[in-house]
Design a protein around this ligand. Structure first.
Ligand code: NAP
Length: 284
C-alpha cells in the first residue's frame, strides 16, 4: 500500500486557528503581536518565504514588517538595526531570513537578537536550551516537523531517526529534538560516506539537504516515515523536495509532499512563536 500523504496545510490550519484566537484576545487588551522579518539581498526564493510569513501575520490580524537591506550593509550597521528592533516595544518577534551574505553569517549576528524576541530560535542561548531540552524558542521548521510526527501519532521513543543535513536552522536542532524525545539519531551530511547505509536504518527519515531526488526508493526502509524539508526551485519554476516522491511513496508508510508538507508548518510555527513572544514580553 502506498504511503499516506501528510497534509501539512491542514495541520498548520489548526495551529493558525488557535493563533488567531490568541491574537484576538491580545488585541482586546490593546496589544498587537508584531513580527519583523529581516532580509538581506534579494534572493527570489527568500523573498517568497518572507512574503508568505508577512501575509500570514496580516491575515491573522497581527502586525508585520519586512526590513530589506542591500548586500552591502556592513556588519556594524546590521547589528545596529537588530539592536533598534530589540529596543522597539512594538516588536515582539525578530526573524532573520537565511541565507545571509558571507560577511554577516559567521559573526555574532544571532547573539544580538534579544532572546525573548528570537522567534526562529537562532540565538546560541536558545540553541543551548534546546540541546538541554529546556523551555525556549526553537527554530520554526523543526517545531513544525515535531508537530507533524505528533499529529500522525508516531511514538518516538526507541525509533531510529536519520537526519540528512546539519544546518543550524534545520538539521542540528531537529536531530537534538528527536534525541531528547527518545530516538536514536544519526546525522548525515555532505561528507557522509555511503548515505544509503544510514538511511536504510531509518524508521523516521528527515531530509534537509536541498538536493532534488537525493533520497531514492532504494535508500528507504519499508514502512519508514519520510519527512521532506528540501525545497529547491527549478528552472521550470516548480518546487522540488529532496525525495523522489512518487517512487519513495511506494515504500514509506507516511510521507510529506513538496509543496504542502513542511513549508506551511514552518510558517505556522513562526506565527505561533511570535504570539508566544508577545504574550511573554507583555505579560498578557
Ligand atoms: P543548508 O544550510 O544548505 O544545509 C544543507 C545540509 O545538507 C548541509 O548540512 C549539507 O552538508 C547537507 N547536504 C548537502 N548535500 C548533501 C548530500 N548530497 N548528501 C548528504 N547531505 C548533504 O540548508 P538548510 O537551510 O538546512 O535547508 C535545507 C533545505 O531545506 C533547503 O532546500 C531549504 O530551502 C529547505 N528549507 C525548507 C524549509 C521549509 O519550511 N520547507 C525551511 C528551511 C529550509 P554539509 O554541512 O556537509 O555542507
Amino acid at each position: 500500500m502506498p504511503a499516506k500523504i501528510i497534509d501539512g496545510k491542514k495541520i498548520a490550519e489548526k495551529i493558525l486557528e488557535k493563533a488567531k484566537k490568541d491574537v484576538r484576545t491580545l488585541k482586546e487588551k490593546g496589544i498587537t503581536p508584531k513580527l519583523v522579518v529581516i532580509q538581506v539581498g534579494d534572493d527570489p526564493a527568500s523573498s517568497i518565504y518572507v512574503q508568505k510569513k508577512h501575509d500570514k501575520c496580516l491575515e491573522l490580524g497581527m502586525a508585520s514588517e519586512i526590513k530589506k537591506f542591500g548586500k552591502k550593509i556592513t556588519y556594524t550597521e546590521f547589528l545596529f538595526e537588530i539592536e533598534k528592533l530589540n529596543k522597539d516595544d512594538s516588536v515582539h518577534g525578530i526573524l532573520i531570513q537565511l541565507p545571509l551574505p558571507e560577511h554577516l553569517s559567521h559573526k555574532q549576528v544571532f547573539e544580538t537578537i534579544d532572546v525573548a524576541k528570537d522567534v526562529d530560535g537562532l540565538n546560541p542561548a536558545n540553541h543551548g536550551k534546546n540541546l538541554l531540552g529546556k523551555e525556549c524558542f526553537r527554530p520554526a521548521t523543526p517545531i513544525g516537523i515535531m508537530r507533524i510526527l505528533d499529529e500522525i501519532g508516531v511514538k518516538l521513543e526507541g525509533k531510529n531517526a536519520v537526519v540528512i543535513g546539519r544546518s543550524n536552522i534545520v538539521g542540528k536542532p531537529i536531530a537534538i529534538m528527536l534525541l531528547n524525545a527518545g530516538c536514536t539519531v544519526t546525522i548525515c551530511h555532505s561528507k557522509t560516506r555511503n548515505l544509503k547505509e544510514h538511511t536504510l536504518k531509518a524508521d523516521i527519515l528527515i531530509s534537509a539537504a536541498g538536493k532534488p531526488k537525493l533520497v531514492k526508493e532504494n535508500m528507504v526502509k519499508k514502512g519508514a516515515i519520510v519527512i521532506d524539508v528540501g525545497t529547491t526551485k527549478m528552472k521550470n519554476g516548480k518546487l522540488y523536495g529532496d525525495v523522489d516522491f512518487e517512487k519513495v511513496r511506494k515504500k514509506a508508510s507516511w510521507i510529506t509532499p513538496v509543496p504542502g508538507g513542511v513549508g506551511p508548518m514552518t510558517i505556522a510555527s513562526v506565527v505561533e512563536n511570535t504570539v508566544k513572544a508577545c504574550r511573554e514580553i507583555t505579560n498578557a
